[in-house]
Design a protein around this ligand. Sequence first.
Ligand SMILES: [Zn+2]
Length: 178
Amino acid sequence: MRHLILAVVVSLAAAAAFAATPTTAPLHGGVVTTTEAHAFETLLTPQGVRVFLYTDELAPAYVEKATGTAKLKLPDGRILDLALKAREPAAGEPTSYFCPMHPAVVRFAPGKCELCGGMVLYVQDHLFGAADLTGVDLSKVSAMIRVTGMRGGEKEATFAPAFSTPDKKAGVGTTGSK
Ligand SMILES: [Zn+2]
């Protein structure tokens, strides 16, 4: 009987841990913008801009062959044109791990997908554009992001994430083209 109770407690704890893990964007504290067939999570940091790709159902997606550009307008009027290239999270950055086959399987620590027979979860990569934004009020930066070379019906998208309204998690895509 004691073992049974212990098993129930352990499984309840596991269920609670699972429920507490968000499975959709934003997973890294960024601003989400949805376009025709994708969603993007954009973060500004003192080191530059990071753009995570998601499916239209907000499940993590790999960058694959996508690249892009970002045009940043700083509060002092300066314009920065950045090239966006795929990279994995650097040490200390929030990192998500996902199963490409099972959108509900998302973790913030390395793990395996039991539904795939124990396949090791993938690290969600992102597009990164380096810029020294030290000392810049990031909430006053405006950005126009263009991502090209994506897979599927929507191969490229252009959008302006709404950094200035941090409470608003869902931005509106400005354009999306096939
Ligand atoms: Zn899986």
